[in-house]
Design a protein around this ligand. Structure first.
Ligand code: M6R
Length: 364
């Protein structure tokens, strides 16, 4: 049941801290505080490259995974949505790593991509929530997200669980490839272990998120912005808004705004930005200033270290705890999903069963 929540989506949003913690329990050894992945039939140290493919939210999780694998493990990564990957026929060395991400493990496009990667003698590692799924049976290794059943069509907790697994995989790959020393691993693992409590603090921001929702619900179009690993977070926010509120939303890399979409900006197009205090904060902020100068209304997700400077320009802001850059996209995802939920509640849409959508898409 919904345990007293109005919708499954609301319940599942509140499970973020729990599922991040449960997923970490499976991947981090508590005594040594080191990432411990299951035995793999290939060596992460010697895979020449990785190909990530998935659909929808799982694809955005993959985009964040790419930042981590490239940055920390120095592993070259190619990524595409599963419905396009096959048509590209990417040249792949046998022994590369195919990284598939899916909550259900049944998505037809992702399954077809898995099969076409297998034909190229690529190792198949899948990040799955449903561990007895078709994709699980056809993979060489499964890394399970411990999110429990996700009922709401809009994915929430499965997404942060996917990110948690991808973060651990990146750490393990980095160790294997000699690109992360023990102190470095310590810092990243500590940041991960700290996340469940930081995630629980996000819910204190409910009133600020509901104020943002009052503005978004009046809009016909919304622009989401983020830089670096916050760009996929913006994409996730925009997808969630479209899915459950039927309001048109588009996500842009903050720096791309001035190359086109800036012409859309006026008071009727709210701008939702994810801007925690990371090394990219200043650049994102100057993009937001440009938008404001053109009449844009800024609704900004930031953190305690960015709050002073954001408050000078934002109409509404949500302030999260400041965390290590590495885990910031995981934490910042929670409030953008909550915003979509609150807008849907205001609009009175069918939150858990949005029109035209199914929980698992089994046609290509
Ligand atoms: O089960 P999967 O993770 O493979 O599903 C992929 C997408 O269909 C899914 O993430 C979809 O985009 C969600 N409804 C997003 O909220």
């Amino acid at each position: 049941g919904k345990d007293g929540y109005r919708h499954y989506m609301e319940k599942e949003l509140h499970e973020h801290p729990l599922v991040i913690g449960q997923t970490l329990q499976r991947m981090v050894d508590p005594a040594s505080r080191r990432v411990m992945l299951p035995e793999m039939p290939f060596d992460l140290a010697s895979v020449p490259r990785a190909v990530i493919t998935a659909c929808g939210s799982a694809f955005y999780a993959g985009m964040i995974g790419r930042y981590w694998l490239e940055d920390i493990a120095r592993l070259p990564v190619d990524i595409d949505v599963a419905s396009e990957m096959r048509y590209r026929n990417p040249p792949l060395t046998a022994g590369s790593l195919g990284l598939l991400i899916s909550q259900s493990g049944e998505t037809a496009d992702t399954l077809a991509a898995l099969r076409s990667l297998r034909e190229k003698a690529v190792h198949i590692l899948s990040v799955l929530n449903v561990e007895h799924s078709t994709m699980a049976r056809e993979s060489d290794v499964v890394l399970g997200t411990v999110a429990g059943p996700e009922i709401s069509v809009a994915s929430t907790k499965a997404f942060t669980a996917q990110l948690t697994v991808l973060a651990c995989l990146s750490i393990a790959a980095a160790r294997a490839r000699g690109t992360l020393d023990e102190a470095g691993e310590d810092a990243l693992v500590s940041a991960l272990l700290d996340l469940p409590s930081r995630a629980a603090e996000v819910f204190t921001q409910g009133p600020a998120i509901r104020r943002m929702a009052q503005i978004v619900v009046e809009a016909r179009d919304v622009l989401y912005l983020g830089r670096g690993s916050m760009f996929p977070v913006a994409m996730e926010g925009a997808l969630k808004l479209k899915e459950i509120t039927y309001i048109h939303a588009e996500a842009y890399a903050a720096g791309e705004m001035k190359h086109g979409p800036i012409s859309l900006i006026d008071r009727t197009v709210p701008i939702v930005a994810s801007a925690p205090y990371t090394p990219l904060f200043d650049k994102t902020l100057s993009n937001l200033q440009e938008a404001k100068a053109r009449g844009g209304r800024l609704l900004v997700f930031t953190d305690t270290k960015g709050a002073d400077r954001v408050s000078a320009i934002a109409e509404e802001m949500v302030v999260l705890p400041h965390v290590h850059d590495f885990v910031a996209p995981i934490l910042q995802t929670i409030p953008v999903q909550m915003l979509a939920y609150e807008v849907a509640v205001l609009k009175g849409t069918d939150v858990d069963q949005p029109r035209n959508l199914a929980k698992s898409v089994t046609v290509e």
